[in-house]
Ligand binder design. Structure first.
Ligand SMILES: NC(=O)c1ccc[n+]([C@@H]2O[C@H](COP(=O)([O-])OP(=O)(O)OC[C@H]3O[C@@H](n4cnc5c(N)ncnc54)[C@H](O)[C@@H]3O)[C@@H](O)[C@H]2O)c1
Length: 370
């Protein structure tokens, strides 16, 4: 059995609390011989600042580059509001994303049946929902130059952002989407605005070419990003994998995520290039939520987003899809049993702390392996 190197970066606030529940799972998987994980732990964000006056040290960056994957908690909090800008907690995460070249952001939106009533949409629209938004993360209008505000001298100013994509950037994110679709329901929907944007014309052309050349077995459809957004709310279950640029992806992934309820439920992954020598892909897995200083240290945090992020690592970095399926089934079973952390509680459910939720999920996983 291959041994995988994990760097755990719990971070600040509830980060260490939810990471403890992932560690519980890793320990069990190792002890049971179901996987072989070697873990190292490091500091990032405010906790790194307190110890080293930087948001991540060179040593931790080196460990991150040598690891197979990074499992990241959350960073930030009011304690570090006045630290120097370059040492602010978020800078550690941004540096990891940049230096590891994490261009592909995966945000699944899964609606567990037991939580379908927590969605703002009708139960029948979201029950059983399982879609994946693949967002290009390092290009497009957030990074394109020129990016300026110019004083026109007549009492007016002009702001310019530049939407720019090269062929290779579209090709590599399209491949991420098609590869994912092959592990799911084999369908990709590409979204852009080719009716009004040149970058949309190129996006559409390149995705189509990659499909014809390399992924003919996957179903590809194109939607304009605005009507795609409408369809996401109207009938979200028509989608499997959606691939889109940085700006549209930012909005569409937030919409898709909120179809499913609480921030404490949402995992994510950020993927880099496949190394031509090792054939491995750099990857960082993290919950979508932040460090939640308002509930930190109280045992109130929902660990499901963190645990499901680890599940994504099993599925997408380690090809352990069967184990990831069982972990998802364990989460669904715990929710179906009525156990709830405070953020997802409703009438008639049973209150659980972070630890109780983590233990219950492990308990269900153990039953599935009995
Ligand atoms: N990737 C990251 O590390 C990341 C992401 C977003 C925000 N942040 C940082 O986190 C800090 C707090 O930011 P914020 O309050 O805007 O966002 P947040 O995600 O930390 O919290 C928003 C709300 O959701 C709740 N919440 C979040 N995660 C939860 C969980 N797992 N279980 C139960 N409830 C949960 C919080 O209690 C809070 O009420 C800030 O310093 C911000 O910069 C970090």
């Amino acid at each position: 059995m291959a041994t995988h190197k994990l760097l755990l970066l719990p971070g600040d606030g509830i980060g260490p609390e939810v990471m403890a529940e992932v560690k519980r799972l890793i320990d069990w998987l190792n002890a049971k011989g179901l996987a072989s994980f070697e873990t190292e732990q490091g500091l990032v964000g405010g906790s790194a600042y307190d110890a080293h006056q930087v948001s991540i040290t060179e040593e931790t960056m080196a460990t991150a580059k040598a690891a197979d994957v990074i499992i990241f908690g959350a960073v930030g909090g009011p304690k570090w509001d006045s630290v120097p800008y370059e040492a602010r907690p978020e800078a550690g995460l941004l540096r990891l994303r940049k230096e590891l070249g994490l261009f592909g952001n995966l945000r699944p939106a899964v609606c567990y049946p037991a939580l379908a009533d927590a969605s703002s949409l009708k139960r029948e629209a979201v029950e059983g929902l399982d879609i994946m938004i693949v967002r290009e993360l390092t290009g497009g209008v957030y990074f394109g130059e020129p990016k300026t505000i110019t004083d026109l001298g007549n009492g007016q100013k002009r702001a310019i952002d530049t939407q720019v994509y090269d062929t290779y950037e579209i090709e590599r994110i399209a491949r991420v989407a098609f590869d994912l679709a092959r592990k799911r329901r084999n369908k990709v929907t590409s979204m852009e605005k080719r009716n009004v944007m040149k970058s949309g014309v190129l996006w559409n052309e390149v995705v189509t070419q990659v499909h014809v050349r390399e992924y003919k077995d996957v179903t590809l459809e194109h939607q304009l990003a605005d009507s795609g957004g409408m369809n996401l709310v109207k009938s979200p279950k028509q989608f499997d994998v959606i691939v889109t640029d940085n700006l549209f992806g930012d909005m569409l992934s937030d919409i898709a995520a909120m179809l499913t309820g609480s921030l404490g439920m949402l995992p994510s992954a950020s993927l880099g290039e496949i190394d031509s020598k090792t054939k491995k892909r750099r990857a960082l897995y993290e919950p979508v939520h932040g460090s939640a200083p308002d509930i930190a240290g109280k045992g109130l945090a929902n660990p499901i987003a963190m645990i499901a992020s680890f599940g994504m690592a099993l599925r997408y970095s380690f090809d352990m899809g069967a184990l990831a399926d069982k972990l998802d089934a364990a989460i669904a079973a715990v929710l179906a049993s009525g156990l709830r952390t405070a953020d997802i509680k409703s009438e008639g459910t049973i209150a659980a702390s972070t630890t109780q939720m983590g233990e219950a999920i492990l308990g269900e996983l153990q039953k599935l392996h009995a």
